[in-house]
Write a protein that binds this ligand. Sequence first.
Ligand SMILES: NC(=O)c1ccc[n+]([C@@H]2O[C@H](COP(=O)([O-])OP(=O)(O)OC[C@H]3O[C@@H](n4cnc5c(N)ncnc54)[C@H](OP(=O)(O)O)[C@@H]3O)[C@@H](O)[C@H]2O)c1
Length: 206
Amino acid sequence: MAGKVFFSVSMSLDGFIAPESAEDLMGPQWRELQQWVFPQRFFRENLKFGEGGEEGRDNHILRETFERTGASVMGKRMFDAGERAWPEEAPFHTPVFVVTHEERDPWERPGGTTFHFVNDGIEAALHRAREAAGDRDVRIAGGGATILEHVNAGLVDEFSIALSPLLFGTGIRLFEGVDAGRVALEPVRAEPSPRVTHLTYAVRGR
Ligand SMILES: NC(=O)c1ccc[n+]([C@@H]2O[C@H](COP(=O)([O-])OP(=O)(O)OC[C@H]3O[C@@H](n4cnc5c(N)ncnc54)[C@H](OP(=O)(O)O)[C@@H]3O)[C@@H](O)[C@H]2O)c1
């Protein structure tokens, strides 16, 4: 049985998931957006930052999200930013399918992450990710453009947003260009933690 297709992102209260400019992608605004992640035990373990860390609901959500994911689909801009920032043992530990116009051989990292570069669009990438994931779910890892393509094509079953208590003003807006006439949402869960509000929705067609 195939799993679900989902995405899970941190978003500012005014709807942004990243700064606009490539130079700022992992800058101070990004760090503030993701501040709820860094102290968590699971994050520290996964990136080999050492023992310890918080073990509350935020940590549990990070671990659950990781464990349900059998493969990911990713846009090239997110990959480019990550290629510079991830440690040698990239934090996915599963296959990752990067949608891109660039042709490149698979890039295998220690620890079980292999990046495959897919040049024939999101449906081909998603098909390969589903096959690789088996019973587990496929995560559309980001960024905004790639998530939006999947939402507008009716390919997303569910998504979660960690709503961070900050305002960006400008940047990459998660739902900029969404085909609102096509997408209906059903609330699944709303859960505040001391740092963010976790919102989960099922996506239905209209
Ligand atoms: N807040 C969060 O939780 C979160 C999560 C994930 C990512 N992000 C952030 O999101 C940002 C990147 O998002 P983004 O919206 O700028 O870009 P993106 O979705 O990561 O990448 C877009 C690029 O992917 C390639 N691509 C996408 N669809 C394609 C298709 N159908 N066929 C061929 N190529 C395709 C194209 O690159 P080429 O033409 O160059 O190949 C396109 O310019 C990063 O800053 C990342 O850190 C935030």
